[in-house]
Design a protein around this ligand. Sequence first.
Ligand SMILES: Cc1ncc(COP(=O)(O)O)c(C=O)c1O
Length: 445
Amino acid sequence: MSQHAFPRNFKTNYLKASHGKGIYIFDADGKKYIDGCSGALISNIGHAVPEVAEAVAAQFGKLEFAHPSRWQCDIVEEAAALVAGLAPEGLDNVWFVSGGSEAVESAIKLARQYFYERDGGATSKYVTIGRWNSYHGSTIGTMAVAGSMARRSVFSPIFAESPKIAATYCYRCPFGLEHPSCGLRCGHQLESEIRRIGAQYVTSFIAEPIVGSTVGALTAPDGYWPLVREICDKYDVLLIADEVMTGCGRTGRNFAVDHWNVVPDIIATAKGLAAGYVPTGAIIAKDALLEPIRNGSGAFMHGHTYNGNPISAAAVIAVMKYMKEHKVIENVRGVEHIFAEGLRKIESENPIVGETRGKGFMWGVELVRDKRTKAPFEKKSGAANVATRECIDQGLIIYPGNGMVDGVEGDNFLIAPPLVTTEVQAREIVEKLSAGLASAAKKLL
Ligand SMILES: Cc1ncc(COP(=O)(O)O)c(C=O)c1O
């Protein structure tokens, strides 16, 4: 059969997905795989949940679309109230979009328009500071604030680069320091960067509370997020938390910033929000950001055709209901220790596992050629892809990433199964992972 939908990679042999159930996806031959990364940390409640399918189908039968330039739908308001209810106190305003990149773009634009309207059109603020080793999406604007060179280098000539500070990459600290004696140097770098640029030009700082796909679940040391909150307040800079991967229960809290009791000005979220059932994202913003717009021009100058569509709203409501009724976040908190302990054991036994890190159901594994020196594998060895193939042979899907050491070398992967994974299933995942990585080590060393 000729192929018209061109693939992400012409040189990859893709599995053919036939159907799913719970944490499993079945291929065209009926072979069962554990979706050990929830797609890309999306399928939080597992596959083919009938309650969600029924709720979405019911909405299709009632009203599939009403353009937001003309209409408001009660179901969208109902979904927004639930999403705001998940967010920290004070983040009450929800703007629905179709995915994570759109959510991040919306956050960056809202930050700029807030200052523009607050200062009567006379603001000089326009810069968003990002971090190296981050991913915020595939659009031109999100690539500009992100810092994953491996993914951006082809396109960097076509966007205006935003300034960057270091990520909280303690395993390879760019300052050659160690936590906690480092005094959170990477966090303090935000202050020097704002001062270097001039606070009068900076609207916002964007970061993933736990870095997802670029580095593999880099978890900020305690103290980092409260520190960046304090710096942002000091310089009249908005704090944007990109919770596209970490939001909606993934790390055992509603949002990952809740681990540190930090309230950002804007949260960008997607993925787990509708858990893969329909393309959906959102920003959740403090009322103070909308106040000058409400009293000024009256309109957020940003809009997509599918903003706040009723089908996405139906899916969000159904997913949130399912999560509450099945105590999904409580499940993450109860089961996460199996991953923590299992990965620690793999790290101590496997010669190519340099570090494991994460929280809740979001774990990263960094692969190295030499554990003592932390030397990465050469790019041409494709270590993360080798590990992925070996795990797939075990019936376990993981999510590979690379290039985080210097933009070229470095291999990692995420292990992040659906949040409904039981204790027994979690043990099976750890076993398969251990076996897959043992054969990857044999192939790579
Ligand atoms: C942290 C983060 N932000 C933004 C995005 C972009 O989301 P989307 O692919 O839905 O546009 C992603 C996607 O992986 C992500 O991980």
